[in-house]
Design a protein around this ligand. Structure first.
Ligand code: ARG
Length: 457
């Protein structure tokens, strides 16, 4: 009953049947496989291989098969290897000879490439919709909390105070770039592989352009050998997925830190945390930790695909079947992680006073102090040195920069005047920063306004 059984006398070892079966996971491609088969059948009718009746029978039976799979009444068997053979075998069972004509001019090698491309066209679109939701929630949160300030960090040491909205918009930029990566991956995979056959095309005058239009592809592949050997589009998609997970993981790490008692900048929503079986007081940020953890597996998915491909001779090799599990895993994980992050952005609450305190009780305005001296004509290196010495003096006296008197400051430089105190005030710094894209209230609002237009908000 195997479609390729003709050449064999011996029976396949049951161990190999189990080892080689992909049906446990590639059944998920059934929709695309059926859509591809319907288009192929219509084309076969157009070129005179199928009669109108045969085509009608095939399309009708394929529709029934789709319903059987969706109703859970379809029988899956390891002996039938993959989704392609399952559907074809059932088709022949249902309608006999007409079903046997469907595979004309087609191989599972171009068929599987088609299914994977159709799958990705839909799923990359789904990931993109979820990215859009994350972008929307970031802009809305940034706008709602546009007055809140926080320390910005380098080396995880307090560096310069920033608007919280500017911080959120940093992640916004990353996820916006992720949308572009998806779009690029999509544009490259939008090519019809069907018609390439096993590796060399066909002597049958298949109308590839007709099938392209039916299935909505932007183009038709140029080289049959490349087409059946190529999985670059899986790599592209996995790379885009891995970058999204890496971004989500960095964001998670920030939020986990900010939710600690030590930082106390935010509270995470209860719905995304769990308790401890032993310590009654614990509220653990499991959802975010799992995003961080699962990111490593998605990066692993990308690496699996690279090592799968690097040694393969042209053209199709069965190794390529191993592309599915990493891809399916990555797609599933990215979608879930994006949904969780969206809930987290919407649900987290800010501990504004603590954020304000961490931003003001700090030496962070040292930068503005050095810039103050620079604007009065002192070379920046000298201003840096002098401000450094002032910080050292403050540490000794257990004071902040703004606590020193003008007399104490003048001992370091006569350029200091009373207006320095206003200049190094944190809130003032956040309005004084002038460069485009700077961490200032004005620039944060500019970004929010521009992105609201981009998002139709
Ligand atoms: N299940 C196979 C895969 O996923 C389909 C192609 C099989 N082709 C073949 N020549 N055995 O790659």
């Amino acid at each position: 009953m195997k479609p390729w059984g003709g050449r064999f006398k011996g029976k396949t070892d049951p161990l190999l049947e189990r080892f080689s079966a992909s049906i446990d996971f590639d059944w998920a491609l059934y929709k695309y496989d059926i859509a591809g088969s319907k288009a192929h059948a219509e084309m076969l009718e157009k070129i005179g291989i199928l009669t109108a009746t045969e085509k009608r029978k095939i399309v009708g039976a394929l529709n029934e098969i789709q319903k059987e799979i969706e109703a859970g009444t379809f029988t899956f068997l390891h002996a039938l290897e993959d989704i392609h053979m399952h559907i074809e075998a059932r088709l022949i069972e249902k309608i006999g000879d007409a079903g046997k004509k469907l595979h004309t001019g087609r191989s599972r090698n171009d068929q599987v490439s088609l299914d994977m491309r159709l799958f990705l066209k839909e799923e990359l679109g789904n990931i993109d919709s979820k990215l859009l939701e994350v972008l929307r929630s970031l802009v809305q949160k940034a706008e709602k909390e546009k007055k809140v300030i926080m320390p910005g960090y380098t080396h995880l040491q307090r560096a310069q105070a920033v608007p919280f909205s500017h911080y959120l918009m940093a992640y916004y930029q990353m996820f916006k770039r992720d949308r572009m990566r998806l779009e690029e991956a999509l544009s490259r995979l939008d090519i019809l592989p069907l018609g390439s056959g096993a590796l060399a095309g066909s002597t049958i005058p298949l109308d590839r352009e007709f099938v392209r239009k039916k299935l909505g592809f932007a183009g038709v592949s140029e080289n049959s050998m490349d087409t059946v050997a190529d999985r670059d589009f899986v790599l592209d998609s996995l790379y885009a997925a891995a970058v999204i997970m890496m971004h989500l993981s960095r964001f998670s790490e920030d939020l986990i830190l900010f939710a600690t008692e030590e930082f106390s900048f935010i509270s995470l929503p209860d719905e995304l945390c769990t308790g401890s079986s032993l310590m009654p007081h614990k509220k653990n940020p499991d959802a975010l930790e799992l995003i961080r953890g699962k990111a490593s597996r998605v990066v692993g998915d990308l690496f699996s695909m690279f090592s799968l491909l690097k040694g393969l001779p042209l053209t199709y090799n069965r190794d390529l079947q191993e592309d599915k599990e990493p891809l399916f895993h990555a797609v599933r994980t990215v979608k879930d992680a994006l949904s969780i992050m969206e809930l987290c952005i919407k649900g987290m609450t800010l501990k504004k006073e603590q954020m304000q305190k961490a931003s003001t009780i700090s030496f962070m305005p040292a930068v503005e102090m050095a810039e103050y001296l620079t604007l009065k004509g002192m070379p920046f290196r000298e201003a840096h040195e002098i401000t450094g010495k002032i910080v050292r003096e403050c540490e000794g006296k257990k004071k902040l920069l703004g606590d020193l008197s003008i007399k104490e400051l003048k001992k370091h430089s006569t350029l200091f005047e009373n207006d320095v105190f206003e200049y190094i005030d944190v809130n003032n710094a956040l309005t004084k920063r002038k460069t485009k894209g700077a961490a200032s209230f004005k620039e944060a609002v500019r970004q929010i306004d521009a992105e609201k237009i981009y998002l139709n908000l």
